[in-house]
Design a protein around this ligand. Structure first.
Ligand SMILES: [Fe+2]
Length: 467
C-alpha cells in the first residue's frame, strides 16, 4: 500500500505535468486549426540547412509562414451579419473556456432554471451589462444562444466588477437559490501556464517597430537614419526579421485639420516615401508589414493586407510580406525548431479599453503592457464592441485563438517590453515626434525605441535611437 503523504517533489512533479498537459492540449487544438490553411497563407522557406554557428544573419536561411485574418467578400452587412459575428465570437471563446477545470457542472443558460437550490453549477456567457443592485451587489447580465440570466457576483469572485466589460465572454461558477445565480468565481479564457520561453537553434534576432508615419511634418528623419545605420552595422548583424506593425504613413483625412500637419499630402506620395525606406533595408532581412488605422485600407478590423496599388515597388519583393491586421506569423521554423509565433495587432482598440477600465486608466497610456495582458486574459483583442470598428465577418478574427510566443502592438506611440505567462509583450515605439493631434487625444510619444528579440535566447531588449 502506497504512502498517503505527498512530498514537495511529488507536488512539484504534478504541477509541471499539469502545465505540460495544458500546453499540449492547446497546441493539439492549434494543430487541428492549422490543418485548414487560410486563403492568404504565404510561405517562403529556405531548406538548405547546415550549422550556422558564428555566421551573420545574411548567411543564415530564413522561414516565414503567414496566417492572415480571413476577410469576407465586400458587401452589405445586415443585422444577421452581426448575429453571426457575435455567435462566432461566443463559440470560439466557449471552446477555450470549456477546458477550464474550475467550470464544474457546465450548463447552457436556457437549462439553468431547471436546477434546484444550492447546486454547484457553471455557465459560459457573453456580458450584456454590469450594474449595482440597491443592496450594493454587483449584478452581471449574461447571455448565450439559449437565453439570458442575471448573476449576483460575490466580492470574492476573483475579478473586480469594474474589470468586466460588455461583449466579453466569461465563465461563471456559483450556486443557485430561488432561481437566482450567485457567482463564486469568474473565469477568463486566459492563456495556459508557460512551459518555458520558445527559442530557435540559430543565432538570429527579430526587430519590432511600428507607427512610422511617413508624410507627417513630425516624422523624425534622424530616427530613420540612425535605424538604418544600426541595422547595417555589426550591432544589427544578427537581425533576420523586421516586423512593422501599422501606421506606416500618416494618411490623408484621418482627422480634422490634418493637412497642416503633413509635408506630403498625396497618399501615393506617402507610400512612395515608405517604399524608399524599405528598399534601403538589406534584402537578407525578411520584412513583415501590417496596416494600422492611419493606413489606406479599410479601418474595420480585420484590416486586409496592403495591395499592389499603394506599394507597387515592394509588393513583389521576395523579402517583403504584406499581411492583415491582426495576423499570426511564424518565423524561423526548421526541423526540430517549431519557430517563433508572432501575433501582430496594431492596437487601435487599446485607447478605448484603457479608458473604460479604471485600473488600466490609472496605469495610463504610457504603460501599454497592462492592456496587452488584459486582452490576453480575455483571449480577445477588442472585447467591448466599439473600441475598434469590428467588421461582422463569418469569423471573429479578433479572438486570440492561438497562443503566441511574441505579441506585438503599436498605435499608442509609447514603448514597452514585458512578459506575461511566457509570452513576450512588445508595444512598439514610433518614428514620429509628438504631434498637436496626439496632444488632443492624450497620447504621449516615446519615439525611437527599437525592440529587439534574440530568437536564440528569447531575450528582449530596447535599442534607444531617440537621439
Ligand atoms: Fe500611429
Amino acid at each position: 500500500m502506497g504512502s498517503l503523504f505527498l512530498t514537495k517533489e511529488m507536488i512539484e512533479a504534478h504541477i509541471i505535468k499539469k502545465r505540460h498537459s495544458e500546453k499540449e492540449e492547446e497546441a493539439a487544438l492549434e494543430e487541428e486549426e492549422d490543418a485548414d490553411p487560410c486563403e492568404c497563407a504565404d510561405a517562403h522557406e529556405s531548406r538548405d540547412r547546415e550549422s550556422t554557428e558564428g555566421k551573420a544573419a545574411k548567411d543564415i536561411a530564413h522561414s516565414v509562414k503567414v496566417e492572415c485574418a480571413v476577410c469576407d467578400e465586400p458587401g452589405a452587412r445586415v443585422v444577421s451579419s452581426f448575429v453571426g459575428y457575435f455567435n462566432a465570437r461566443y463559440n470560439a471563446l466557449k471552446n477555450l473556456l470549456m477546458r477550464r477545470q474550475e467550470l464544474k457542472n457546465l450548463v447552457s443558460i436556457g437549462r439553468f432554471t431547471k436546477f434546484s437550490n444550492d447546486r454547484d453549477v457553471s455557465v459560459i456567457g457573453m456580458v450584456s451589462g454590469v450594474s449595482k443592485s440597491k443592496a450594493g451587489n454587483t449584478v452581471v447580465n449574461l447571455e448565450d444562444p439559449t437565453g439570458k440570466i442575471m448573476v449576483i457576483v460575490k466580492d470574492q469572485s476573483g475579478i473586480g466588477e469594474d474589470e468586466l466589460l460588455n461583449d466579453e465572454v466569461i465563465g461563471i461558477h456559483g450556486s443557485t437559490f430561488n432561481g437566482l445565480f450567485f457567482a463564486d468565481s469568474i473565469v477568463l479564457a486566459d492563456v495556459p501556464l508557460p512551459t518555458g520561453v520558445k527559442t530557435v537553434s540559430d543565432h538570429v534576432s527579430a526587430v519590432f517597430v511600428s507607427d512610422l508615419h511617413f508624410g507627417s511634418r513630425y516624422y523624425n528623419k534622424g530616427i530613420e537614419e540612425r535605424f538604418l545605420k544600426w541595422i547595417m552595422s555589426s550591432s544589427g548583424a544578427q537581425v533576420k526579421y523586421l516586423f512593422i506593425c501599422g501606421d506606416v504613413v500618416d494618411g490623408v483625412g484621418i482627422y480634422p485639420g490634418q493637412d497642416s500637419e503633413l509635408v506630403e499630402k498625396d497618399i501615393y506620395g506617402q507610400y512612395g516615401l515608405f517604399e524608399e525606406f524599405v528598399k534601403k533595408i538589406p534584402n537578407h532581412i525578411q520584412i513583415i508589414i501590417c496596416p494600422g488605422n492611419h493606413d489606406v485600407v479599410r479601418i474595420g478590423e480585420p484590416q486586409p493586407a496592403f495591395t499592389k496599388e499603394f506599394l507597387p515597388n515592394i509588393c513583389d519583393d521576395e523579402n517583403v510580406y504584406l499581411v492583415a491586421n491582426p495576423s499570426y506569423v511564424n518565423v524561423h521554423g526548421f526541423g526540430m525548431d517549431e519557430g517563433i509565433k508572432v501575433l501582430m495587432y496594431h492596437g487601435y482598440s487599446f485607447t478605448g479599453i484603457i479608458d473604460a477600465v479604471p485600473y488600466l486608466r490609472q496605469k495610463g497610456l504610457r504603460n501599454p503592457q497592462h492592456v496587452m495582458e488584459y486582452v490576453l486574459k480575455r483571449r480577445h483583442l477588442a472585447p467591448p464592441y466599439g473600441t475598434t470598428v469590428g467588421m461582422p465577418e463569418k469569423q471573429d478574427s479578433l479572438v486570440i485563438s492561438k497562443v503566441p510566443d511574441i505579441f506585438q502592438t503599436g498605435d499608442l506611440h509609447s514603448h514597452a517590453i514585458d512578459r506575461y505567462k511566457g509570452i513576450t509583450l512588445i508595444s512598439s515605439s514610433t518614428f514620429q515626434d509628438q504631434t498637436p493631434f496626439m496632444d488632443r487625444v492624450g497620447h504621449i510619444a516615446n519615439p525611437g525605441k527599437i525592440s529587439v528579440v534574440d530568437l536564440h535566447t528569447g531575450e528582449a531588449r530596447c535599442v534607444d535611437l531617440s537621439s
